[in-house]
Design a protein around this ligand. Structure first.
Ligand SMILES: [Zn+2]
Length: 89
């Protein structure tokens, strides 16, 4: 048995990684899964925030989904009526 320098728990002498805190005895240093998870979550939040900002800019440029949807519905109505007239714009 040997003592983990990271969490002070007793682990097997042959262990390369602490079973309690994932400390790597082969010189890799602490590999905290919690820290890795926080990194991943932070990245996801940043990406989600960036998408939201990008979406907001897109809406402000195009005038919003409602206008685009109304125009699409107009085109659909024109197609459905097989009319050659297009007053959607
Ligand atoms: Zn440990």
């Amino acid at each position: 048995m040997k003592r983990c320098p990271e969490c002070a728990e007793q682990v097997q002498s042959a262990a390369k990684v602490c079973r309690y805190c994932n400390y790597r005895f082969d010189g890799g240093g602490p590999l905290s899964s919690t820290r890795e998870n926080i990194k991943g979550i932070t990245l996801i939040i940043v990406l989600a925030f960036a998408s939201l900002v990008g979406y907001g800019v897109y809406i402000s440029i195009t005038g919003g989904d409602e206008a685009a949807q109304a125009q699409q519905e107009c085109y659909d109505a024109v197609l459905a009526s097989e009319s050659l007239e297009n007053n959607c714009d």
